[in-house]
Design a protein around this ligand. Sequence first.
Ligand code: MCA
Ligand code: AMP
Length: 459
Amino acid sequence: MLTALAGTYGDRADAVSVAGRTASYEQLLGAARAVAADIAGAPAFAVTATASLETVAAAVGGLLAGVPFVPLPPDAGPAERTHILRDSGAVETTVDFARRRSGAPAPAPAAAGDDPALILYTSGTTGPPKGVVLTAAALAADLDALAAAWQWTAEDTLVHGLPLFHVHGLVLGVLGALRTGSRLVHTGRPTPQAYAAAGGSLYFGVPTVWSRIAAEPTAAAALSGARLLVSGSAALPAPVFRDIERLTGHRPVERYGMTETLITLSGRAGGEVRPGTVGTPLPGIRTRIAAEPGADIGELQLTGPTLFAGYLGRPEATAAAYTEDGWFRTGDIAAIDPEDGVHRIVGRASIDMIKSGGYRIGAGEIENALLDHPRVAEAAVVGVPDTDLGQRIVAFVVAEGVTGAELTDFVATHLSAHKRPREVRFVPSIPRNAMGKPQKKLLLTADGRDAATADRASS
Ligand code: MCA
Ligand code: AMP
């Protein structure tokens, strides 16, 4: 994983820049060695993954020591934090970037290919987040495939400002830069102004970031000197694609992936790119559509070297994620163009999986958090279309003596701020079927809206 650190570009003083602080590879390696010494022998280690050089050193230190890294979302409330620490068995560690250890200039990574390198927590449709175990070999296979697809090299300067506790920001955005040897500028936050000022050749963003850039023509114009703009983590709306093309001269390349599979489909640098499509499989990935006879859309299923090693401690959930013949079930509905094999993601199979601002959020986890509030009798959570966030979380609740803002804050402090409902609607009851399962589609009909007292939380 450590190509860039192994001495080739050792003279770059500004190899890695995060939220305004800069380090050379030598400094990063020294700090990572100190982390590796601290965590040696632990089953796993956890660090609060702020956008900082410390998080980068933690990720590299874990690879050096062969100890899986569990990044903790910095805004995670006590319930989420405790769950992640308990479930992973990770030792909580802090990183002091100024504390460094010296050693041989070209380190041989201690993490063997099949060893777990990262454990990332991600939501399913129900229950608390599960730990997705990713091996060093899967990470390496994915990053090499992406480097080929995007012609991503040490000549590039990668710019992004994404969170460092998910695949997009951490794997692609940090380990990808280190593996290809490209300079990294992490902007702290993914604001249009920060992207414009960074002067990169390669830019990553979630659709919300691209849509905010498209709304700031001056900032967008500053990206015209870049080589490649890449969007992922959720569907890039066609109007945003067109605005970005008009303002920057670049047709953004879209790619598709999941925490469990890493990035599996992508458009190619220099290739034809159409809005609303996510390209073709990366080398080594095979895909198929599980469609009803006669239909050409259905669940996207795939296999390949980038797949996860399982959900930590949950063999049944892992088994359920695969078909009987061993293909991973993405839960996404897709279609493949018979002419050129280009894939299109049409939607999600489950209403209970929400994507908001590129974050994956399970409705069940938010419902359970709301039900922990003493004033809430019933709760049903859905994602409704939102021009900024793609989907926004709306909670329907049966509750008295509490305001929507109070419930929003309750979820924000219990779980993570990005999991908070943006809107709370009070209803007299939640419609249910004979099995007692909430009928969420009914909640979203006009009748449901009329019966509800909307209390839009200020966010
Ligand atoms: C507001 N805030 C609150 C409240 N209201 N905090 C607590 N309680 C409240 N009631 C605060 C927030 O904490 C935050 O503070 C600030 O207000 C803004 O919050 P928010 O509105 O949530 O942020 P945003 O600016 O709207 O975020 C948009 C975003 C973000 C920047 C695009 O959604 C984002 O970073 N998304 C990226 C997600 C991602 O990387 N997904 C990849 C997973 P403060 O400003 O202090 O923090 S997908 C993946 O890995 C796969 C493999 C893939 O395909 O990529
Ligand atoms: P996560 O595990 O957080 O990475 O979320 C994975 C999910 O994000 C996928 O199952 C898709 O629903 C969604 N996703 C990622 N990239 C795209 C894309 N380019 N277009 C549409 N959906 C996407």
